[in-house]
Ligand binder design. Structure first.
Ligand code: SAM
Length: 182
């Protein structure tokens, strides 16, 4: 069975936006307890490659490589990219900081994680690749959105039905990566 309710959010976004394909290489950031990782492994088989990163320890997911560490540390990011073979077709970030209850602080923290995920996507994605990140409820920041719109063919916000209970939760889904900047 699926390990987390979160898994359904990725299933729903995949149904709508066709993110996962057999043979796909996926970087799954903020992966514990592993629901998205399970979905990614299933939907990239056969031939896929899935690397899951989290601060927290996580039970093994057959078919995935797990890197435990803070993705804000260069060492963890380098280990994850190496395990992926340097290139991804999809970068997912469900990374979320522990909320402080102070709205402005929580906003800054979640956007810092989303921007870090985007920086990684911009160096790791193959042309045509896709990026999904959890963003702040108010929508994405202007500069973050501007970068996405410049580097991807389509950028949308998604509120998967499975996340309705978390009223503040929102994802950005960017598809059709235009390739690394020369
Ligand atoms: N997508 C997961 C699933 O399907 O099971 C749920 C992810 S949960 C909402 C968010 C995760 O982000 C937490 O497990 C947390 O430890 C992780 N996280 C937050 N900041 C992180 C960071 N800097 N580096 C790595 N993981 C981080």
């Amino acid at each position: 069975g699926l390990r987390s309710r979160a898994a359904f959010k990725l299933l729903e976004m995949d149904e709508k936006h066709r993110l996962l394909r057999p043979g796909g290489r996926v970087l799954d950031l903020g992966a514990a307890p592993g629901g998205w990782t399970q979905v990614a492994v299933e939907r990239t088989a056969p031939g896929g490659r899935v690397v899951a990163v989290d601060l927290l320890p996580m039970d093994p997911v057959p078919g995935a490589t797990i890197v435990q560490g803070d993705f804000q540390d260069d060492a963890a990011a380098a280990a994850a990219l190496e395990a992926l073979g340097g290139t991804a077709d999809l970068v997912l970030s469900d990374m979320a900081p522990n909320t402080t209850g102070h709205g402005a602080t929580d906003h800054l923290r979640i956007m810092a994680l989303a921007e870090l995920a985007l920086d990684t996507a911009l160096v790791a994605l193959a042309p045509g690749g896709a990026f999904v990140a959890k963003v702040f409820q108010g929508g994405s920041e202007r500069s973050f959105l501007a970068t996405l719109k410049r580097r991807f063919a389509a950028v949308r916000h998604a509120k998967p039905p499975a996340s309705r209970k978390d009223s503040s939760e929102l994802y950005v889904v960017a598809t059709g990566f235009r390739g690394r900047e020369g």
